[in-house]
Ligand binder design. Structure first.
Ligand code: HAM
Length: 420
């Protein structure tokens, strides 16, 4: 062991477990690719100001959790704590919204960083796959995203997740509600920190996890009862479209998200097998974000699903993903001449698209066969001195144990036909 360890709140993805992470990313991306979303990558860091303005000056993410630093050149940058602000920044910078084809639909996959208190399911480096649909106000778009996330989770075999849905109103009705909530909160017995939060961002108080606070919130006014007619109609349409698609959700009038840019539709995917870090994904509409970062009005909606927590949710449900074996054929040479012949066969197999591996390091038969079995390969190719004289290679089916001698020049075609 070296003297170094992965930093606190981080962990390494190692085989064979890492294959599950790749499969989860792939399963989330697949329905997006099939629905007109194009792949986008943005830098791992951005200007601090982008997140301060986008995610919100008073959010925990910006005030407590950002990895912010000053570069040698004097720029104030931060490791990205989330993807939405960056993706919108990139779309605006490249004028994607002016190409005359709205909404601009983008998906991404990557690492995000938050200086949080680490615990199971909560890390300082984590991984998300996300989707953003930029520049259209259409309840069908909100519904599409909710349906695609549901499809992604179901394709993985997840069952015990729930979809929580709410509307946070818009710039017409939210301020009215905010004032009503503030009035209510001022009358409660709250600590100083919470009272301060009530003044800056009263909706966040609804999200307070402490029971002493939750008890007092029983009679709090709900945004649901303050929505303007336009927001009400919009939300009703989203609900109907999602329901018509056969996707079950729960109305959660208390759902507030930890980022300030949300308007109207907000949702969270929670899994009941995960304890306190139960949100496997979340998102919503952010109609004002573009203007908040200096762009034109571009109503948009998106989500991000947490890869780490999705893997934990699969574990909690005992779902075993069907992962194809990484290697189909494993070559076992016995001697120098056999090594040259089999190495050439392995190269040829790989060129033909057959996943093949090789017993390196001059292993004896026993150790090499052990490596073959460990590789998960269906077939082993074994070549000894007598085989070379006879012009054959032993082809062993590692599932049935059956072994046949195949001509050196026929073996690649034989394997291709057996592997379909
Ligand atoms: P978020 O709810 O902050 O939303 O994060 C989305 C998901 O990322 C969470 O549900 C969770 O699964 C995962 N996640 C967040 N923090 C951590 C952590 N410390 N450790 C492990 N997993 C974590 C957003 O990030 C928004 N950008 C989503 C969005 C896209 N809204 C609109 N478009």
């Amino acid at each position: 062991m070296s003297t170094f360890k992965a930093p606190k709140g981080t962990y390494d993805l190692l085989p064979p477990d890492s294959a599950r992470y790749l499969a989860v990313r792939e399963a989330i991306a697949a329905p997006l690719r099939g629905s007109g979303y194009g792949y986008i990558e943005t830098p791992g860091f951005e200007s601090v100001e982008l997140f301060a303005r986008g995610v919100g000056e008073s959010t925990d993410i910006v005030t407590k959790e950002m990895y912010a630093f000053e570069t040698k050149g004097g720029d104030r940058l931060a490791l990205r704590p989330e993807g939405t602000a960056s993706v919108l920044r990139a779309a605006l910078e490249a004028n994607l919204h002016k190409a005359g084809n709205l909404p601009v639909k983008l998906w991404y996959s990557g690492s995000y960083y938050r200086y949080e208190r680490p615990q199971k399911g909560r890390y300082r480096h984590f991984s998300q796959v996300g989707a953003e649909a930029i520049g259209a106000e259409d309840p069908a778009l909100d519904a599409e995203l909710i349906i695609l996330a549901d499809q992604a989770y179901r394709s993985l075999g997840l069952r015990n997740f729930r979809i929580l849905l709410n509307s946070l109103g818009d710039k017409e009705c939210r301020p009215v509600y905010r004032a009503a909530l503030q009035d209510f909160l001022r009358g409660l017995d709250l600590d100083e920190d919470t009272l301060r939060r009530a003044e800056i961002n009263p909706l966040r108080v609804l999200d307070d996890k402490r029971e002493s606070v939750q008890k007092q919130l029983t009679g709090a006014p709900l945004l649901r009862d303050h929505l303007c007619d336009a927001c009400k109609a919009y939300h009703e349409e989203v609900r109907e479209l999602v329901t018509a698609a056969g996707v079950v959700f729960e109305d959660d009038p208390r759902l507030v998200r930890g980022l300030d840019y949300y308007t109207r539709t907000t949702f969270e995917f929670v899994h009941d097998g995960l304890g306190s870090q139960s949100a496997v994904g979340g998102g919503g509409r952010y109609d004002g974000l573009s203007e908040m970062i200096g762009g034109p009005a571009l109503p948009s909606v998106g989500w991000a699903l947490g890869v780490d927590r999705t893997v934990l949710a699969l574990e909690a449900e005992g779902v075993e993903l069907e992962l194809p074996a990484a290697t189909s054929v494993f070559a076992v040479p016995l001697g120098d001449e056999a090594r040259r012949v089999l190495f050439a066969k392995v190269t040829e197999l790989r060129k033909n698209g057959v996943a093949a591996d090789f017993a390196y390091g001059g292993k004896g038969l026993k150790a090499a066969m052990k490596a073959a079995n460990r590789s998960g390969a269906r077939y082993a190719l074994i070549l000894g001195e007598r085989d070379i004289e006879e012009g054959v290679i032993q082809l062993k089916d590692l599932e049935s144990g059956e072994q046949t001698a195949v001509g050196v020049n026929e073996v690649v075609a034989e394997l291709e036909s057996r592997l379909g």
